[in-house]
Write a protein that binds this ligand. Sequence first.
Ligand code: HEM
Length: 234
Amino acid sequence: MSAKFGTLLGTSVVKKQIVALTGLIGVGFIIGHVAGNSLILFGPEAINGYSDMLHAVPELLWIARLILVASLVLHVYFTILVTLENRAARVDRYALQANHGETNWAKKTMIYTGLLVFFFILFHLTDFTFPDKTGPDTVLTGSEGEASYGLYGLVWNSFLSVPRSLFYILAVCCVGLHLSHGIQSLFQTIGFFHDRYTEKIRLASNVLGALVALGFSLVPIFVILRHYTFGPDV
Ligand code: HEM
């Protein structure tokens, strides 16, 4: 049984399916996260309330985190394996690209955008997940009695730095690109090729990628515009 499982995992198709499935879990998380983040635009109560709700049942939160971390690790690990295999079988790779019109550029950017997204996530956790949500970094300019604005204050103050905001915008554009090419690859992996739908899938995944990049970017853009146009943040 376990030898059979090992052989199954060794096949290129199964590796690609694992990359696709774990990628899909990431897509689900990203869509939920971009929707949750948009609450920042509605003020401190909205986003802090949402965060409190997510942390209300720590066991559930940790199960979700474990699934996410496992998905990320498996996604990266099997992507590396598949990439190495593809390199070793260059002829097959060109044959596949010729068949399904996938450009070399799209494939190449997947590995770079993927790497950037991976390191961005590590940086991002140190930004908003690990820090104290009641400390001095959560106090907004102009707030009475140095009152803490919780997670809202932390995110807000963080995006007051223009270089950091620009870095976030670059990173979320990479997330959008990675996601749109990833979804197209996913359909190839599950063997869904149909002249009628391929163009529609490409368009839909590009629109989704653009919406994700735009949705995430709205937060730093909003903070910068609001702060540098209207002055004090409260
Ligand atoms: C402007 C863009 C973004 C903003 C403002 C943002 C904001 C946040 C905030 C405030 C948290 C902490 C939530 C809490 O502790 O309640 C968080 C956590 C997190 N974010 Fe983001 N995020 C952004 C983009 C992204 C992107 C693009 C990714 C992934 C590709 C991502 C992945 C994560 C992960 C994995 C966590 C940890 C979740 C956990 O606590 O388990 N974020 N983000």
